[in-house]
Design a protein around this ligand. Structure first.
Ligand code: ZN
Length: 458
């Protein structure tokens, strides 16, 4: 508590006039004039500073808006540059690529044991991703894949009912951790983004928006509670399966079906993902899982890294009947299929090229619509790359190819980021609505577990 004022103390010690000229009563008019001159010169100083600040704010505002406006006018009057590469760069400058799936974190785990001081992201990294090449490729954002392999991949099979304990939740936390460490360490370049608003903000400030994705619900330890906690750590999509089935859903591939698509717990998982705003990712799932999830999800969904099966047969690609379920309107679900560049998904051996990837994009656009296609390269997670799309610096080549095929600026802006942002915003809106309605968290748990809900039997 303040018991006395400094002014009072000073008056006691020095007398009223000495304590402060401002406290002293003016005896003559001149004193008052001097005083007001002092005040006005102070005001002049502060006024000057204020005017200076306002002046520069206006200048910055005008420059920002004028350049945006001017570039639109230039594009409208003289059009984009004739050279498709130059035109691609012009478009990407305003609508940079947001990639749905980049495997940099697992590369860092595999090569550097998750030690961020063992390499320099500003230098040249092996494989497909580093900061200089991200900048060259005009990347505005990407999902860092916090991936942990299926248990059986590393000889720790979790058993036919997924009941054997594994280290997958630990490994997932480690991959989220290294992603965040790198985003923070290179904060001149990256910015963690948890919402669409954060993504816009990062891009507007010249940063690479950094989102986190979880590549398989086996990484949740078969627990919806873990889903919620991983969301609080910053993850914004979960792929329902990787290459293994799990307690929630069937994976694609040659394994015999376990659930015929989603398990009962899988439906609860989607309910909870919708409620909290975690995107449902259908890459790697079986076709039945994808069909059922598309019908069940209240929120838009994604394929973070899958291509078109009609263009090249591969179980990881999306078949036409599922693509035709995607859309905006009755009996459709809004979604974005983010095209994977893995050569064996794209074409026959030796034939994967930037043109072949463009074929997948065009096919998805033809069946589902141009508003439902995006880019999910899988860079750093694929052993080889298509000719012409060797790393993250090469996105402009793909955009140039689409310009040659008469894609418009607005089509391309959708492909590079707007389609994903619409879908993500849709999921945020659904979560907001469900939470406002007071929908309870999902309390369902895997019914084969014996460690929960047994108290009444005691
Ligand atoms: Zn994958």
């Amino acid at each position: 508590m303040k018991l006395f004022s400094i002014g009072k103390l000073k008056r006691k010690m020095l007398g009223p006039e000495e304590a402060s000229p401002l406290l002293a009563k003016p005896e003559k008019f001149e004193h008052s004039e001097d005083n007001s001159r002092g005040l006005s010169s102070r005001w002049l100083t502060w006024g000057g500073v204020l005017r200076f600040v306002i002046y520069w704010l206006v200048v910055v505002f005008v420059i920002q808006h004028f350049t945006g406006w001017a570039s639109k006018v230039v594009d409208a009057v003289v059009g984009l540059p004739k050279d498709p590469r130059k035109a691609a760069k012009r478009i990407l400058a305003k609508a940079p690529v947001i990639d749905g799936h980049i495997d940099l974190p697992i590369l860092v785990r595999g090569l550097y044991a998750n030690n961020a001081s063992a390499f320099d992201l500003n230098g040249e990294l092996p494989q497909h991703v580093d900061i200089p090449r991200l900048k060259q490729g005009q990347v505005g954002g990407f999902f860092w894949s916090a991936y942990a392999a299926c248990p059986d991949w590393i000889g720790h099979d979790d058993g036919p009912d997924f009941l054997n304990s594994t280290w997958r939740v630990r490994d997932t936390l480690e991959q989220i951790d290294i992603s965040k460490i790198l985003i923070e360490k290179y904060s001149d370049t990256f910015q963690l983004a948890l919402t669409t608003h954060d993504i816009y903000h990062a891009i507007r400030h010249g940063k690479i928006a950094s989102m986190i994705g979880i590549e398989g619900a086996h990484q949740l330890g078969n627990s919806i509670a873990v889903l919620r906690q991983i969301f609080t750590l910053g993850a914004r999509y979960v792929t329902l399966t990787h290459t293994c089935h799990n307690a929630f859903a069937d994976s694609c591939g040659t394994l015999p079906s376990k659930w015929g698509g989603l398990s009962p717990l899988g439906y609860s998982l989607i309910n909870e993902m919708n409620r909290i705003g975690m995107l449902v990712d259908l890459s790697h799932t079986s076709d039945d899982t994808a069909r059922q999830a598309l019908k069940h999800s209240k929120a838009p969904v994604i394929w973070s890294h899958s291509s078109a099966r009609a263009v090249h047969t591969h179980e990881r690609n999306v078949p036409d009947d599922i693509l035709s379920m995607v859309g905006i309107g009755e009996n459709k679900t809004d979604a974005v299929v983010m095209v994977n560049f893995a050569p064996d998904f794209v074409a026959d051996p030796g034939e994967a090229t930037v043109q072949a990837v463009a074929d997948h994009i065009e096919h998805i656009a033809k069946v589902a619509g141009k508003k439902h296609v995006g880019l999910g390269s899988d860079f750093d997670g694929i052993p080889s790359t298509p000719t012409g799309l060797e790393d993250v610096s090469k996105y402009p080549e793909l955009i140039a190819e689409l310009l040659v095929r008469n894609w418009t600026r607005s089509d391309i802006e959708g492909l590079t980021n707007k389609n994903l942002l619409r879908v993500m915003k849709g999921a945020e809106n659904v979560a907001h609505k469900l939470q406002k309605q007071g929908v309870e968290p999902a309390y369902e748990y895997y019914d084969k577990r014996t460690d929960l809900g047994r108290r009444q039997e005691l």
